[in-house]
Design a binder for this molecule. Structure first.
Ligand SMILES: C[S@@+](CC[C@H](N)C(=O)[O-])C[C@H]1O[C@@H](n2cnc3c(N)ncnc32)[C@H](O)[C@@H]1O
Length: 355
């Protein structure tokens, strides 16, 4: 396969950050590329002569919800029959033998200008899937462990086709977290922590978190994040000068401390630290490092509100600072602009205990 570009989906308005990140990561891995940006589109097409090699080495990115290499581009799909040219293109690029693709996704960008195309793609996926199965391009049943075929429609007359690596596939198609707001949760922020658990810990996150006992929530009010932890049976110390939700307090699993989240310390180490304080991101990150380095918590999930300008530079500086402070230590760091994140990113950080 020879791909000439990567397709990256991102939150509309974050195309610049997405391009800055893929450019930097590509350079670190010895590749170069470029993209023409369309503001608020929710995608970039990163032109790169070595896109396959770059994709093979890539790990999930912070500002991209989904990435895959563009295998082929069709610019004039006839409205009367869009399926035949797609099948012909796949046969000529993959060869007739390659009936190993596990799934089909018809992808679209989330930008407002792409709403009609998204509706079209949502309907087109069904006939295209059937046709690909009868042509033996797709396996007869969905297999998530196999590479999947993606068809991205810039509009209903054009398509970019590509094949992903399962390890790079987001938990939800196009990285759009399909989570229902639980009616008893005190705030919509609860969805952010639920998404973070699933993205960072995997599908069995409920069991993993449920095996833990204690957590601290800095900037907890009114309690959307605390609610997730209480739901898994944990006892939570909730730190905030603001009021906590009454029903949540009535569970008996929450101790509310009206205190400054940058000063409060636990009496005993806890399993989880979570933090959603609206504060300077570098200040929050330093405090998270204090907690983990002091052994006050085993692992942390925290949100960093990024400044309007220099969002990429701000995150790069914070990452460099984390690496500097933890040099010589073994740790796990994951960072993502989640679907439920706005001008912010969410991090998972865990330090391995020293011998
Ligand atoms: C975005 S809200 C948190 C929402 C919460 N995660 C939820 O799900 O309901 C931010 C909270 O951080 C709190 N906060 C900001 N600075 C703080 C500080 N220095 N100490 C404690 N709480 C702080 C605010 O009072 C506010 O309630």
């Amino acid at each position: 396969m020879v791909s000439q570009a990567l397709l990256l989906l991102c939150r509309p308005g974050f195309e610049k950050e997405c391009l800055a990140e893929i450019t930097a990561v590509a350079a670190e891995l010895g590749h170069t590329g470029w993209a023409r940006l369309e503001a608020d589109s929710g995608f970039i097409r990163f032109e790169c002569a070595t896109a396959d090699a770059l994709y093979a080495e890539l790990s999930p990115l912070v500002f991209a919800r989904e990435v895959w290499p563009v295998l082929t581009t069709i610019d004039a799909l006839p409205a009367a029959d869009r399926i035949t040219p797609i099948i012909d293109a796949l046969h000529s690029t993959l060869g007739r033998e390659s009936a190993t693709l596990g799934q089909l996704f018809c992808d679209t960008a989330e930008g407002d200008a792409y709403r009609a195309t998204a509706r079209f793609a949502g309907k087109f996926v069904h006939p295209l899937r059937q046709a690909l199965r009868s042509e033996n391009v797709l396996l007869p049943k969905d297999k998530a462990a196999r590479p999947a075929l993606h068809a991205f429609f810039p509009d209903s007359g054009r398509v970019w086709l590509g094949i992903d690596r399962p390890a790079m596939r987001p938990a939800w198609s196009m990285g759009v977290a399909r989570l229902k707001f639980p009616s008893t949760a005190p705030s919509r922020s609860t969805l952010k922590l639920e998404e973070a658990f699933q993205v960072f810990l995997g599908t069995d996150w409920r069991e993993q978190v449920g095996n833990d006992h204690t957590a601290v929530d800095l900037g907890a009010a009114p309690g959307g994040w605390t609610w997730q932890l209480v739901r898994r049976g944990l006892h939570v110390d909730a730190i905030d000068n603001g009021p906590m939700n009454d029903d949540l307090m009535a569970t008996g699993q929450v101790t509310h401390h009206r205190a400054d989240g940058f000063r409060w310390q636990p009496e005993y180490p806890v399993d989880w630290l979570v933090c959603d304080m609206v504060e300077q991101p570098s200040r929050v990150a330093e405090r998270m490092l204090d907690w983990l380095e002091n052994g006050w918590a085993r692992q942390a999930i925290f949100n960093l509100k990024l400044p309007m300008k220099q969002r990429w530079a701000s995150w790069s500086d914070i990452r460099a600072r984390i690496e500097q402070r933890l040099s010589g230590r073994r740790y796990q760091l994951q960072a993502r602009q989640l679907y439920f994140d706005r001008e912010e990113i969410t991090l998972y950080l865990a330090l391995e205990a020293t011998a």
